[in-house]
Design a protein around this ligand. Sequence first.
Ligand code: KG4
Ligand code: ZN
Length: 345
Amino acid sequence: TGESILLGLESSCDDTAAAVVQGVPGKTRILSSVVFGQAELHAAFGGVVPEIAARAHAEKLDTCVRMALEQSGKRLSDLSAIAVTSGPGLIGGVLSGVMCAKGLAAGAGLPLIGVNHLAGHALTPRLTDGAAFPYLMLLVSGGHCQFLIVRGPGEYRRLGGTIDDAPGEAFDKTARLLALPQPGGPSVESEARHGDPERFRFPRPLLDRPGCDFSFSGLKTALLRTRDGVMTDNRLKRRDRADLCAGFQAAVAEVLAEKTRRAMTIYMNDKPAAPLLAVAGGVAANRTIRAALLEVASEFDAAFLAPPLALCTDNAAMIAYAGLERFAAGEADDMTLAARPRWPL
Ligand code: KG4
Ligand code: ZN
């Protein structure tokens, strides 16, 4: 049938993950997907600590792989190849994954396939919905923010991205400034639900400049200043906090929507037969942002696709799938596969 079965490993940030997928490009099933988050290990430090992350990945990878194989009903000997995130990301974590994959590949005599983490996110619409090339991908998470025209499994055109913080980072920092729990996205979103998005007018960074680049770091300064303006005796009223969240969220959504409009215009020059705007990354969970993007897609008569959240955020099914696309194209790496902290698509 030409089907292949791949095990994928992911350990480039703060999730240790393993998954097994089976199929052909554009028609693949997820047999298992195991994710161990490290949030509680890093919680006390206000961010991911690379040393702690690397150690935790090294500890968890074996268990993760065992569980993914067990839940898939497959054994190592059933696999066609092993895929692993070989960058970009925190080097200690990426190294742990690459070492683990090399060991498994060498032990089982299987081909080894290095996968770019961003390609994993970018190809997710193919895994979930068999999306046809070319489509426009907006990747928005705590670590990434960019537009990609995805023209083939290894063919990407980057249209722009953030010049400072990622939007998820901005949500997280906003939550911190307003004493809301982490991760900031969901808590800011739920506060914003009973807030007035018009009361505080936050800047729309870079909207006045051409192109598809973003800047989110200025928003938190504006938020801080506005917060201090409404605080009395160092206390923030519930009403004010909700309005600050709503105003912030509205600014992010408007900027994302307007830049997406520009990116769509460029993408449509490709004359896609089935125009598609897809999103991935944790921020894609935000309802206000989703609604704004859906609106932009419909302006262009394009479909809008947001994969299930578990596949929007970091996972290994997307890595196994990106590996499957490479494998199907006859590509593979060997034991010289290197871990790359930086690796633009
Ligand atoms: O993709 P992800 O799980 O991890 C990486 O950054 O790779 O994304 C996590 C980010 C966090 O910054 C989190 O605050 C944000 O996604 N996020 C949200 C929402 N849910 C998660 N941002 C806005 N609204 C949400 N509902
Ligand atoms: Zn990611």
